[in-house]
Every structure is written in structure tokens, then in C-alpha cells.
Unconditional design. Structure first.
Length: 373
């Protein structure tokens, strides 16, 4: 979280980070990693992509009589389980989970509770707090007392009314999806029933499948969220494959990952010292890209590298060893007329698959050509 790193003092971050790390470690060791190991043994890789969809359907089918918090918690847990089960690496690490997906699943779970639409003293749930203005009876009493009745609703109350009705409508929809799926479960044949006789002139289809259409509408939120989770897991796997490939390239180039990281630190430090950056600024930059205390160079929280308004001086040309990943466009740069920038693919190709060898060859070519200019 970029805001956390930027605005929270280090003295406060350390104890908070220690508590969070301890909590994460306990959850991983006691819950997520054992579950990942179990799912790895029970679920074939070919069927793993179905796990997030099954978790979503499970969320919809939770009993509506549960209170909102219980449903939200169970829905988030099922979503996390679906994500873990869909991951072929079976690591069970909390950092690999899509937190936004868990939050959305929790919201859907909470909205499926009857408390939203039927709870409270009024029996109307959240709609019980909608204020439509002065009632006729209240107006008559106020008028009889010499007070001018005002049946209007103020802006803030109107906004609250809209919000309450919106949440109530969403809850009706979520509860309706459960009811629809339950009806299909009681009568599976309705899913395959065909309705004939529609009038084309009226825009009606001559053949329709009302049961299938009803099921598709009920499953729409689950299918959307499940598809997002599957795509997220695919992206995580792709990133892991990229990291493994990069490590293999480094090994092929004859250097260990630690040696390359040390070389990157040295290159960054040398360039920033030449540009008269302070030690704190250098350490802050290394911390941004995950190299302060070791690790592969990458922006931990995305975004652009921040040099505090100052810059690395590469006016004489040079290799860029920092940044989150290739084509991320996260390293600020200034270019001049007639200069030419090579892509990372071109650098890799020049090195026969190694970006480090390619960078050295690019330096050699640049030096030879500049000597001829």
C-alpha cells in the first residue's frame, strides 16, 4: 500500500507490520497452506478453474436467515478457498489472494441476508429508515398547532433514501437469485423446457428457454466474479513463470540471482551518487523497488518511481536496471531530439536471450558508433 509506506511513520509501521506478519503466518500455517495442500491432492489440475465458480454458488446458497456479518464472513472465506483451490502452485500464501474479490463476495453474502430487507423494529430492514417527509396526520397536527407543515425532504435525507432503497433493491436481487437456483434444484427439468410460439413481428423469439434464461440471470454475479478470479490466478501464474524464466536466464548468463541483484544495487547507487542524491534518497529508491534488503527489482505497489523531483543522469546512454517489469512504463525518462530507445525485447535478442549480455552489447555498439560520429 503506497499510502501506508508514504504517510505512516516508521516507528508506527514496525510494530504494525510485526503484528500483521505474525497474523498472516498463523493463518497461513493453520488454515490456507493445509487447505492448499489438501485441494492439490483432491482436485485435478484440469478442474481447478471451476473452484471459484463453485465458491460463488455456495455464497448464493447460504441460508438467508443468517445475520449479515456471518454471511459476509463465510462468503469471503469461500471466495478465498475458491482462489486457493484454483491455484495450481498450491502455495496457500495470503499475498496471492485477490482481496477485492473477497470483499465483493463478502458484500454479496451480506446482501443475501433477510435482515437487509426484513429486519429491524419496522420489519422492513434498511427500507425502514426511509423518510418520505411529513405524513398527513403529522401535517394536520402541526397545522392545528399553528406550525406550517413542510412535507418536503431535504437533500441529505433524499440521498440517504436513495442509498437505502438501492441497497434494498440489491438485496432483493441477491435473495432472488438464491430463490431461482433453489427452484431449479427442486425441478431440474425446468432448465431444459422450451417455450414455443413467440411472435417475431412483436420482437418475440419463436423458441425460448425460460428456465435457462432464469438460471443465467441468477448466476450472473457468480460467473462474473468467478471469471475474474480465474483470470487473476492466470496472471499470478504468468508472473511466476516470468520470474522463473528470468532466473534461468540469469543462471545461463553465468551469474547467480544474488550477484545480479548486487550488480543492480551497485549500478543504481553509482548513477544516483553521480547525480548527487543523498544516502537517504538512495535507500528510499532501493526500498521502492525491493532492493534495499535484497530481492528482485520491482515496484512493490506499482506506480512510478519517485526520485523527489530529481533524475538519474543517462544523457550519455545506458542500461535501465530498475522498474517493476518490462513495458510497465514506470520509470520516468526525458529524451532529446534524434535519440533512439531500444525495447527490452531488442536488448534481450541482442544478448541471445539474456538482457544483461544484450545491455553490454548495446553499450559496445553505442560506443563504437559514437566514436565514428
Amino acid at each position: 500500500m503506497a499510502w501506508y509506506d508514504k504517510y505512516i511513520p516508521k516507528e508506527l509501521k514496525k510494530p504494525v507490520d510485526e503484528v500483521l506478519d505474525f497474523g498472516s503466518s498463523v493463518v497461513e500455517k493453520g488454515i490456507t497452506k493445509p487447505f492448499a495442500s489438501l485441494s492439490d491432492k483432491l482436485i485435478p489440475n484440469e478442474l481447478r478453474f471451476l473452484a471459484p465458480y463453485a465458491a460463488g454458488i455456495g455464497t448464493l446458497m447460504l441460508p438467508p436467515g443468517m445475520n449479515m456479518m456471518t454471511r459476509a464472513l463465510l462468503a469471503s472465506m469461500m471466495n478465498a478457498g475458491g482462489q486457493i483451490a484454483a491455484d495450481e502452485s498450491a502455495t496457500g500464501e495470503l499475498g496471492d489472494l485477490n482481496k477485492l474479490s473477497m470483499a465483493i463476495a463478502g458484500g454479496l453474502g451480506a446482501l443475501g441476508s433477510q435482515d437487509v430487507t426484513k429486519g429491524g423494529a419496522s420489519g422492513e430492514g434498511i427500507r425502514g429508515g426511509i423518510d418520505t417527509g411529513t405524513t398527513a396526520r403529522e401535517a394536520a397536527i402541526m397545522k392545528g398547532s399553528g406550525v406550517d407543515p413542510n412535507s418536503g425532504v431535504g437533500f441529505l435525507q433524499g440521498a440517504e433514501n436513495v442509498g437505502r432503497e438501492g441497497i434494498g433493491t440489491l438485496s432483493d436481487y441477491v435473495q432472488g437469485t438464491r430463490s431461482s437456483l433453489a427452484d431449479i434444484g427442486k425441478d431440474p427439468g425446468s432448465l431444459f423446457k422450451v417455450k414455443k410460439g413467440g411472435n417475431l413481428l412483436k420482437g418475440e423469439s419463436p423458441i425460448s428457454f425460460p428456465g435457462a434464461t432464469k438460471a443465467a440471470g441468477a448466476l450472473a454475479p457468480t460467473l462474473s466474479l468467478g471469471t475474474a478470479d480465474v483470470a487473476y490466478e492466470a496472471a499470478i501464474d504468468a508472473q511466476n513463470l516470468f520470474d522463473e524464466t528470468e532466473a534461468a536466464e540469469l543462471a545461463e548468463a553465468g551469474a547467480s540471482l544474488e550477484e545480479i541483484q548486487n550488480a543492480r544495487r551497485a549500478a543504481i547507487r553509482s548513477s544516483m551518487l553521480a547525480a548527487q542524491f543523498t544516502e537517504d534518497e538512495i535507500l528510499n529508491t532501493l526500498d521502492q523497488i525491493g532492493l534495499k534488503n535484497g530481492g528482485i527489482a520491482s515496484l512493490k505497489d506499482g506506480g512510478m518511481l519517485n526520485f523527489g523531483g530529481r533524475e538519474m543522469d543517462l544523457r550519455g546512454g545506458g542500461f535501465v536496471p530498475i522498474g517493476r517489469k518490462e513495458r510497465a512504463d514506470d520509470v520516468p525518462a526525458r529524451l532529446s531530439k534524434n535519440e533512439f530507445v531500444m525495447t527490452a525485447d531488442a536488448v534481450r535478442a541482442a544478448g541471445g536471450g539474456s538482457v544483461n549480455k544484450g545491455a553490454q552489447r548495446m553499450y559496445d555498439i553505442m560506443n563504437r558508433l559514437e566514436a565514428r560520429a
